[in-house]
Structure formats: structure tokens, C-alpha cells
Design a protein around this ligand. Structure first.
Ligand code: GDP
Ligand code: IMO
Ligand code: MG
Length: 424
């Protein structure tokens, strides 16, 4: 019986989770998403093709694997259809192997409209969301007025719930000539896709337990990253879900013993899209170099990603709140040409050295990173597959990270492709 592994991003997202999940999916039977929505952009390069997935679990690329979307996800049903079509055109069928929890809340066109309106209202303090309607959809879920996947198959209930939306969101809908505010059109379009969605419905919690009892192994795919967690990330500059291991338990309806191993994905430097504090940000030539060489442009929105040095303070926090035991370190190759590489080991705040991330954002804005300098390796690691082949300085860099985080390195990624990986 294979292990059930959970893959969690340890920074501000885009650590390379898609590639790692695709890689680990080979040895899993089932791949499950538990939170987030189409704000995610997970890139997989397989058989020379590039796939960017937003909702469908990254395991779908492997034929014969079963994929589940849990109740903790907020699902844009129209986006899902587009993604399934895209996959179909690439020769990958989701039929009979993609399932969605009946309790999954939907992201509907008006959520995206409201996301945009609210970001504008925040003006100077906007979050820089992906405008995929994620925050407004989670808000409805918590407010107990969300439309759930099962509502798509009960015409009368769907109509009643949408009528309620009209009343609750009158301030956005009345006088709006945006088509996304037109509830009749939303209803009509949902009814159109309802038959396509029907075969996907499942009791995900029940199914996962059943698979476990049959000895199947499950891979849990996190989206976003620990520092974007709604509770313990850089609030309010976060997403609206629990991106941590805890999110998998509630987002799929599983107990803690269902997870055998926690793999934290850590990019060898740091990136962030959107607003919010980023203590180790580089706005200089090296920052631009990391952005260019690393191809740091959002997989969902195309926005340039902010770049900076690796930050052990936020990583310690991420590892603790997730119980990370194994590390997958990605994009090592992006550092190949850099002369001197810094790692932030502590922050200085009001003259004091601190090693733990402050939860008060007022403090995080004001910290000054304290760096340790490492000599670069100045040679290509691209595509390397053996740890022993890595230059000594690269090994030193990796060993330091693992030692500081008290975790073992299980994978090192040296390029975007499946094969460009060191399995330790
Ligand atoms: P995710 O959201 O965590 O799945 O990450 P993204 O897919 O948004 O961003 C990661 C980007 O880095 C993608 O373009 C990947 O193809 C690419 N990538 C992943 N691993 C590596 C690596 O080891 N080296 C390089 N150069 N690129 C990588
Ligand atoms: P993956 O899974 C990077 C960021 C947005 C914004 C904040 C809130 O590809 O790593 P939201 O639309 O969720 O309300 O935006 O969170 N964000 C991400 N950044 N990778 C992601 O996903 C992200 N999903 C959301 O940029 O700052
Ligand atoms: Mg991404």
C-alpha cells in the first residue's frame, strides 16, 4: 500500500506544486484538491507539452488516475468546462475519473464582478487578487447563502437561492448593466451545463475512505501557499481559504490519520504576486534576473511576480503550521548564474533579532531581513538528476535549508520538466 502524501506550498504560491504533484502522481491512485479555486495556476510539462491547470487536479495528466475536488474548493463550473475541453483537445479525458463533492460551493459570474468592485473600493490598500471571484464566493459560503454543486440538480432550489442572491446583493446588482449581475442569465447558463455536470457529483469524503480501505494511495494537492493562508498567512494580503494541512481535513472530510507524509514545496528563492509585505524582496538587478531566468510571470493572470531571496523566517512558520517533514526544493537552476546568494535567517525589528514570523502585519511591514551570504556555484545544474552531481556550493545551500527547517529533502527540481528532478 502506497503512502498518502500531501503537497503544500510553503511560500506565497507558485512554488512549483504542479510539477511536484505531477511527479508524485505516478505512484498514487487518486489525486485530490481541497481548497482554493481557479485562482491557482499549476504548470505541468509532460511529453513536451505545457499544461496550466486551475481547478482540475494535476494528477489528471496521468491516464488512469482518479481525481477529486473536495468541498473546501470554490468551483467555477464554467471555468471547469473550459478546462475539461482544453484537456480533451490535448487527448486527456476527464470522463469517469473526475469527481466533485456535492457540498462544493460555486464561484458564479457575479462573484467575479464583486471581486473587481471590491478591489477598486480598497484602492490604495487593494489585495491584488486574481479577480477570479474567490473571496466573494468564500464569503457567501461562510454567510450560508452560497450555491453548492448539488444545487445544480434541483431546479427549484437553485432558482430560490438565486432569487435570494438578488436581494442580498442588491447594492451590486441593481442599476448594474454588467451581464454578470444578471441572475436570469446565470440561472439559464447553469441549467444549460447541469447535465454535463451531473456525472461528476460524488460524496468525496465517503469515496476517499473507501479507496483507502481498498489499499489505494491518495495524493493531496494544495493550492496557493502557507503565507497566503487566511488565518496564519500575511492577513489581509492572503487568499480566502486555509492553504495548510488543516484545510485538507475540512476541505475533503478526512481524518488526520489519512495523511502519512507532508511534503512542503519550497522555491529556492521567493516570489509573490499581488500586494502585501515581502521582507526579502529585491527590486534591483538581481531581482529582475530572478524574474527573467525563472520566468516569474503569473500562470493565471500573467502578472509579473515580485522576487526576492529565500526567507527562513517565513519558511520556519510555514513548516510548523503544516508539520512539514519532507522538502521538495524547486527552481534551483534559476540560481546557477548568481555570484553571491543570500538567505534571510532572522529579522531585525525595533533593534531586536527575531526568528519567528510576526503575525501582526504592522510588524511584518517594518522588519529588516538579516542575511547570511552563500557563494554561488556559477555552473549549470539544469536537468541534473543526481544529488552527488550538484556543485558543492549548491549542496551546501540545500543542506543549510534542510538543517534549518528540521526537514529532509526528498526532491530537488532542476528544471520544469518531469525528468529534470533529483529524487533524494
Ligand atoms: P504552482 O502554482 O506552485 O504549481 O507553480 P506555477 O506553475 O505557478 O509556477 C512554477 C513555474 O516554474 C512554472 O512555470 C513551472 O513550469 C516552472 N518550474 C517548476 N519547477 C521548475 C524548476 O525546477 N526549474 C525551472 N527553471 N522552472 C521550474
Ligand atoms: P497557486 O496555486 C500565487 C494571491 C493573489 C493575491 C492573493 C488573493 O498557483 O500557487 P485571490 O484571488 O485568491 O483572492 O487573491 O492571493 N494568489 C496567488 N498567488 N499563486 C497562487 O496560486 C495564488 N492564488 C492566489 O495574487 O495576492
Ligand atoms: Mg501557480
Amino acid at each position: 500500500m502506497g503512502k498518502n502524501i500531501i503537497v503544500i506550498g510553503c511560500q506565497w504560491g507558485d512554488e512549483g506544486k504542479g510539477k511536484i504533484v505531477d511527479l508524485l502522481a505516478e505512484r498514487a491512485d487518486i489525486i485530490a484538491r481541497f481548497q482554493g479555486g481557479a485562482n491557482a495556476g499549476h504548470t505541468i510539462i509532460a511529453a513536451g507539452k505545457k499544461f496550466i491547470l486551475h481547478l482540475v487536479p494535476s494528477g489528471i495528466i496521468h491516464q488512469g488516475k482518479y481525481c477529486y475536488i473536495g468541498n473546501g474548493v470554490v468551483l467555477d463550473p464554467f471555468g471547469l468546462i473550459e478546462e475539461m475541453e482544453f484537456l480533451k483537445n490535448e487527448g486527456i479525458s476527464c470522463a469517469g475519473r473526475l469527481f466533485i463533492s456535492s457540498a462544493t460551493n460555486l464561484v458564479l459570474p457575479y462573484h467575479k464582478l464583486i471581486d473587481g468592485i471590491e478591489e477598486k473600493k480598497r484602492s490604495g490598500s487593494s489585495i491584488g487578487t486574481t479577480l477570479r471571484g474567490i473571496g466573494p464566493a468564500y464569503k457567501d459560503k461562510v454567510d450560508r447563502c452560497g450555491i453548492r454543486f448539488c444545487d445544480l440538480f434541483n431546479q427549484q432550489r437553485l432558482q430560490e437561492k438565486l432569487e435570494l442572491q438578488k436581494k442580498l446583493k442588491a447594492e451590486y446588482f441593481d442599476k448594474s448593466d454588467d451581464i454578470r449581475a444578471n441572475i436570469e442569465i446565470v440561472y439559464r447558463d447553469l441549467m444549460k451545463i447541469s447535465p454535463i455536470m451531473k456525472p461528476l457529483i460524488a460524496d468525496v469524503s465517503y469515496e476517499l475512505e473507501k479507496h483507502k480501505k481498498e489499499g489505494k494511495s491518495i495524493l493531496f494537492e494544495g493550492a496557493q501557499g502557507a503565507m497566503l493562508d487566511i488565518d496564519l498567512g500575511t492577513y489581509p494580503f492572503t487568499t480566502s481559504s486555509n492553504t495548510t494541512v488543516g484545510g485538507a481535513l475540512t476541505g475533503l472530510g478526512i481524518g488526520p490519520k489519512m495523511i502519512d507524509e507532508v511534503v512542503g514545496v519550497v522555491k529556492a528563492y521567493t516570489t509573490r504576486v499581488g500586494s502585501g509585505p515581502f521582507p526579502t524582496e529585491l527590486t534591483n538587478e538581481i531581482g529582475r534576473q530572478l524574474q527573467t531566468i525563472g520566468g516569474e510571470f503569473g500562470a493565471t493572470t500573467g502578472r509579473p511576480r515580485r522576487t526576492g531571496w529565500l526567507d527562513m523566517v517565513t519558511l520556519r512558520h510555514a513548516c510548523r503550521i503544516n508539520g512539514v517533514e519532507k522538502l521538495a526544493i524547486t527552481k534551483l537552476d534559476v540560481l546557477d548564474d548568481i555570484d553571491k546568494i543570500n538567505i534571510c535567517n532572522a529579522y531585525r525589528l525595533n533593534g531586536q533579532l527575531i526568528e519567528q514570523a510576526p503575525l501582526d502585519l504592522g510588524d511584518l511591514w517594518n522588519v529588516e531581513p538579516v542575511y547570511m551570504e552563500f557563494d554561488g556555484w556559477k555552473s549549470s545544474t539544469t536537468g541534473m538528476t543526481k544529488f552527488g552531481d550538484l556543485p558543492a556550493n549548491a549542496r551546501k545551500y540545500l543542506d543549510y535549508i534542510a538543517h534549518e527547517l528540521g526537514a529532509e529533502i526528498s526532491l530537488v527540481s532542476t528544471g520544469p520538466g518531469r525528468q529534470e528532478t533529483i529524487v533524494v
